[in-house]
Design a binder for this molecule. Sequence first.
Ligand code: NAP
Length: 282
Amino acid sequence: MAIILDGKALAKKLRAQVAREAAQLPRKPGLAVILVGDDPASRLYVSNKEKDCAQCGFLSFEHKLPAETSQEDLLALIGRLNEDPAVDGILVQLPVPRHISEKALLSAIRPDKDADAFHPENVGKMLTGQPSVWPCTPYGVMELLSEYGIDPAGKRCVVAGRSNIVGKPMAMLLLRADGTVTMCHSKTPDLKAETAKADILVSAVGRRGLITADMVKEGAVVIDVAMNTRPEGGFCGDVDFDAVSQKAAYITPVPGGVGPMTRAVLMQNVLSLAKEHQKSVR
Ligand code: NAP
């Protein structure tokens, strides 16, 4: 039976650590969150971020705007937040309504305030091994692996999913950690042939039941990033947890695995941006 990679417990520990470090700074770190529209899932994510900020002793600045807000007004808001000294991190809750260019918004956030690490400059730094913030979900996975002493170096790592926010940066961080990385996507002809070779398998697709036990190597580390809603209520990942946990050495639960880690490392990102901003005043 696999060891459960307990993201909830580690996230709690990391938040406490962030709160201790934040309390040492001359001023409280500040996170500004922009929410456009009233998607219930996005609203929940934003209110969780507010709670996390409160727990870490951060200031949080919520900007909840109607769905019809223009791109011009959003860019102007980001411009003001870029110049606001109380704001260390800025985050736009995705997705945004169709009339707004996600790329334009993410590129308008000043790289030194880029809490989600989606700005092209920070992506480039991650790619070229320079110090920078890292996108929260893959960063959270790396923290979870490290907590359990799982070192990707020399391991075969397979990532299913190639989105800009999860799959691609996940593959890059595993590569930076000296894993031998294969990326799979919807055009991969034989997913099982790839996943069955993985020492570390990360699934970030968003399809319930995608990863079955026959697709997983005995003793593998299985990380399930996905959050799929169950027709009967609640959430599940891509992985058939009950069957795969009989075969894997380590596995993340859904919920309680990667999700809480994503939230916790966002706070770490804001703390590290705040530390940079406050360097000169310490
Ligand atoms: P996304 O943008 O929809 O990307 C899904 C990826 O899966 C795409 O690259 C797609 O390939 C690939 N794919 C689709 N069918 C596939 C198949 N049969 N075999 C292999 N790959 C396949 O999704 P995302 O934003 O990356 O999110 C992925 C999942 O993670 C979702 O369930 C989301 O809710 C969850 N998520 C969780 C967290 C967290 O904190 N736990 C954070 C972010 C996202 P193509 O590129 O070829 O289309």
